[in-house]
Write a protein that binds this ligand. Structure first.
Ligand code: NI
Length: 167
């Protein structure tokens, strides 16, 4: 297992649209394991392959308190959504930045598990937010893309300043 380097906004590689996984082989299983390890180490509650510069539709999520409910979602798709919720979001690719984003309150998502079996999850609250946030990554979107131009400009400036200080 190994920790994977995480791309930081506004890296243009975060805009890549990930490709659907065809065959779930050892490469995808290794990727999912490394992504999970990277997410837990960060620590974060979700990570999309896009964030580690691998452009396959693979997501790992664990929103549990005990950090023992790993979900691996391959080719995830939202098939239904309803309601609205506004929550404070952050992202491992946008370190130290949090802002309010509106999302569907409940979603139904379909995906393949690591055995290639089709699964359906009905999610609400934080899990619903996380699924929407991670699928956004696979489509080349970061949560700050939901904010105003002015906020995005300020965030870029803040991140550039942080990078200078920590470099
Ligand atoms: Ni993120």
């Amino acid at each position: 297992m190994s920790l994977l380097p995480i791309l930081h906004y506004p890296d243009s590689r975060l805009k890549t649209i990930a490709l659907p996984v065809g065959k779930i082989g050892e490469d995808i299983r290794t990727l999912a394991r490394d992504m999970a390890e990277t997410m837990y180490a960060a620590p974060g509650i979700g990570l999309a392959a896009t964030q580690v510069d691998v452009h396959w539709r693979v997501v790992v999520i664990d929103v549990s308190e005990a950090r023992d409910e790993l979900r691996v979602l391959i080719n995830p798709e939202i098939v239904a959504g309803e309601g609205a919720q506004i929550g404070e979001e952050g992202c491992l690719s946008v370190p130290g930045i949090y802002d309010k984003v509106e999302r569907a309150e409940r979603v139904t998502a379909r995906y393949l598990d690591l055995d290639g079996k089709e699964q359906t999850v009905e999610a609400e609250g934080l899990l619903a937010v996380c699924i929407q946030h991670e699928i956004d990554h696979l489509d080349g979107k970061v949560f700050v893309d939901h904010l105003s131009n002015l906020k995005r400009t300020r965030i870029k400036a803040k991140l550039a300043k942080q990078a200078r200080i920590t470099a």
